[in-house]
Structures are given as C-alpha cells and as structure tokens.
Design a protein around this ligand. Sequence first.
Ligand code: MN
Length: 232
Amino acid sequence: MAKYLFEPPPVAALPILGTDALYPVARIFCVGRNYEDHAREMGHVVDREKPFYFSKSATTLRRDGATIPYPPGTTNYHFECELVVAIGAPAFKIAASDAERAIFGYACGLDMTRRDLQLSERAKQRPWTLGKDVEASAPVSPIAPAAAIGHPRRARIELRQNGETRQKSDIAELVWSAPELIAHLSGFYHLGPGDLIFTGTPAGVGPVQPGDKLEASIDGVGALTVTIGAPQ
Ligand code: MN
C-alpha cells in the first residue's frame, strides 16, 4: 500500500445528538439570498426562478463552544445564522417530494463572512471565495437526527450577540425549503452522506468584534455558542 507523503488532514466531523458516533463532513454547500428580508437588506430582490450557491471547504467546520479567530484581510466580519441540513443518503436528480428521505438531520450553523470582501468581489463580478471560504468560518451545532425530531417546517431561528438579539425569524420564511434545495442541487451534484447545506440567513446580519459571544439557536433543532477570538 502506498504511503502518504505526510499525515492526511483530520476528517472534519460533527457530534450527533443521542449517539457517540460522529457525522463526517465531506462538502459544505451554502445558499445565497434565501430569506426575502435578508435579500432586501443586501440590496437585492429574491430570484424565485432558481436558488444559487457558493461553497466552503470542509476544513472551515468548527464545533459548538469553539473560539473563532477574527480572520485576516477584513474589517467587517459578519455573522449569518442558518438552518443546516445534513444529507444521509445518496441523492441525484431527485424530486422535492422525494428529498426528505435523503436528509439525515438538521443543525444550526453560522456562515461567517468577510462582508467587505464579499461585496467588493460581487461588485467586480468575481467569485466570493475570499469573502466566504474563510478559515474557521463554519461553526455548527450538534446534528439532531430527523429520526428524532422529524422534518421541521416552522421553527424560530435566532442569533444573539453578547445577549442582544440581532437576527430573529422563522425557517418557514425560507424562499426555498430544504427538500426544494436538495431537488435543485441534486441536478448538479451526486449528493451523499457527509454533505451539508447551509440554507441561507434571515435579516439582521452584522459585524463582530474580538471577544464577542454569539449564540445561535433554532427551536427544536439545536443551539450553538461561539466566541470571537483575537485578530490574526
Ligand atoms: Mn449565508
């Protein structure tokens, strides 16, 4: 058997409620502008014809309780609180009506964003990589299996910064639901176990400072607490 030149990077993984097993993460897909009020605060109207995506590396994943460093290259690092869908079965070109069977579970995550770079990249019609695929920018709560909590269609989603509520909405406000996103995305990818989908954020996104405590929660799904660390 061939040897690796160096030790392979550790597998990114999330705890699962109710079991000691970990959910190993393969890919992180993220949806843009999936709540009408957030699209508006970003200066857009929602495109109801089709969703759009960007991605984060699996290595950006962090767990509940993590300290997230304030990254280099930005002076406007933002939180975005989101429902995260964890895929648990192969899904390729499947219908929305069939998509829930591909969902292992749900979690609450933060899509941390260099807003200044995302917006300057967007203005130049360049990809959002520097704005979105930021090291340690994807903290996610433990995964709640659908077998335990079902498939939530309404639930309060909330982000508190140092105890103050900044984002408050309901996942019923999603423009594209989890099954609709899986149906669309599975037309382009062979989705499978280990794939996460960040489903987009409601209005109220804002900047963080070193030392901030962020508490994200989705009723009946999960909760996540992270601290913003020193600038790098
Ligand atoms: Mn987002």
